[in-house]
Write a protein that binds this ligand. Sequence first.
Ligand SMILES: Nc1ncnc2c1ncn2[C@@H]1O[C@H](COP(=O)(O)OP(=O)(O)OP(=O)(O)O)[C@@H](O)[C@H]1O
Ligand SMILES: [Mg+2]
Length: 245
Amino acid sequence: MNDSNKNTSYIRCRDLTKVYQKGKITVTPLEDLDLDVRRGEFLALMGPSGSGKTTLLNLIAGIDRPTSGTLHIGGEEIGSFSRGQLTNWRAKHCGYVFQLYHLVPILSAYENVELPLLLDGTLSRRDRKEKVLAALDLVSLSDRADHRPTELSGGQEQRVAIARAIVADPGLIVADEPTGDLDRESGDQILELLRELSGIHQKTIVMVTHDARAAEAAERTLHLDKGRLVEKGLASTSTESVATS
Ligand SMILES: Nc1ncnc2c1ncn2[C@@H]1O[C@H](COP(=O)(O)OP(=O)(O)OP(=O)(O)O)[C@@H](O)[C@H]1O
Ligand SMILES: [Mg+2]
């Protein structure tokens, strides 16, 4: 990184483009996207279905790789990492929260939260326990450690998923419609938790949401349309808005 943004941007995308080629069909869910996100910022991403929100999250989370352009996170150009490097980077730096929680049904809340630490493989059982209990405490679920997902409410399941996302102490949390399946009260608890993680714990959070009310919990909202960031109010309302050729 060699410009003035290097000290302020935790996430920095330039001309970020993702192209999928399926047979003769080319889909370009993201095109020449520039984005800067501060360390510790809570950013909401909105936009019509198919506008590229999940595609962008997956690039930022190191789950997928850009076709072209640059993607720096915490000063590292993860856009040029190999798949193996990305897997290692992700384990240390990024927690992912999904709309439908994606907990492992046969594991307890404790065991679900412990999973990323087991995959990392470097910590002793005692050190893992300390971190898992701290993460469960942070989401106010210490008393549910032995419960399986079916024995928890949706809101509690999402809080376990957040504990799992933060247990390895990543700097970045990405969340794809984390309140999309919850009632208002449970959703508000999740949003409050995300605000706390950004405000108190200085996690950088990028949250996709379809709910303008949820976006209000964030410090800033950006709108995607046809794979590009647009000024608020200019986003189209079409349900299929991807450039295809
Ligand atoms: N792996 C893939 N292969 C081919 N096309 C893909 C792939 N992933 C996504 N797309 C296409 O890219 C476009 C953007 O998808 P994306 O999932 O990013 O949209 P989204 O904004 O998250 O939509 P939604 O609000 O419905 O979740 C869609 O047209 C989708 O079909
Ligand atoms: Mg999506």
